[in-house]
Design a protein around this ligand. Sequence first.
Ligand code: TYD
Ligand code: MG
Length: 448
Amino acid sequence: MVAKARLVYVCSGCGAVSPRWRGQCESCHGWNTLVQQAAPKLEPRPGSSFGLSHGPVPLAGFTREDTPPAQPSGLPDLDRVLGQGLQPGGAVLLGGEPGIGKSTLLLQLAGQVASSGSRPAVYVSGEESLGQLAARARRLGIADEGLLASCTTSAAEAAEIIGHSDSPALVVVDSVQTMASSLVDGVPGSPNQVRAVAAELVEAVKKSRATLILVGHVTKEGLIAGPKILEHMVDTVLYLEGDRQHFYRILRVFKNRFGPTDELMVLEMLGDGLVPVPDPSTYFLGERDETASGSAVVLALEGKRPFAVEVQALVSKSYLAMPRRTALGMDLNRLNLLLAVLEKRLGIQLGLSDIYAKTGGGLKLTDPGLDLGLVAAVLSSFYDRPVPPRSVFWGEVDLSGRIRPVSGHDARLKQANRLGYKPIFHPPAEGKGTATLKDFQKALFGAG
Ligand code: TYD
Ligand code: MG
């Protein structure tokens, strides 16, 4: 007797599985999204004593040659971010907002890989036509024979390219949201499809000598199914961040099976593509006017790299019943909190002033070390007196008005000295530093 296939109902919106049909998905509350599917069979396949087609094998039987080394990509900064370079059989996810420069970066990378090695690099696009890709390659100055392109939205075709006998060194699939897998239902871009496409491609790359880079769009609201549900399926997760109004982009590592996770790379979007910034440590200072009030330099830590970043504040008389508070590049709550601490602990009146604060170049800072620089900028604008030329700041300010140590003190100090900053204001460490906001105010402006 043939066993009847068990049926389940899978939501084409979010991928949730239900044993019976419903009008509304219990998980994402979408209507009429459940689609009938055969439940996956779980019986073990015959073959070995473990009932698996590939039985367990002794790990000691593997030699170094069985795990091929990472290949340099041709972009040394990117290799550092990735660990050693492109890992054969590795799957990388590159996430980022639409229009931020993912396709540009990957086409440049594919061009580098093709020109620096003997194996081809393939750019598989479900978004752009061959003509558009060629135009972009021309704009970026890439004309290597080894750079191949394919326009398809079929995940099966992309998987075939990955496993092709020409053994490509790199396959870029742009983007996971435009690809469709015939193995499951749902429209391209739905969580169900995104997961299936990624699974199909990752499986193909694991059996090959190629590196797969999968592009995933994220929106500000995180609405579209994307990188979040794929993070556990790939070896490395990179995010390209930035502001379309600014030139700089930051490539960050969120997860890495082959290297560190606190690396990052700063790039600039120019007319001929993304160009790595050689020394990003002073990139976010711009043309700073040291004689202006309301500006201070913070040595902020992003990942494990210390950056000198300008912080500006403007304290101006308010004509509004509710004075305005605006923060760009930092959390507004944090600005409000620091202003409350300044009022309470230093007794200065800010309630009748509008206060604006921003970071140089629009760099988004979450580093707690920003506090002390922000306080310096606010006080400087309040007193309308500049902070000492070449001064630099870091430290967390707590509610009691104490200045607390932050991580990476030594790295910040080293960088501050390398860049020639003096005086340096930091939390108490090894008998030096400033302990309270009162002392800080006195040291900077002689007030208090
Ligand atoms: P793109 O790589 O298409 O973004 P994504 O793939 O993340 O959606 O980048 C698009 C933007 O980059 C577009 O607004 C134009 C700009 N751009 C440059 O400034 N210089 C260049 O050399 C290229 C190719 C694009
Ligand atoms: Mg794109």
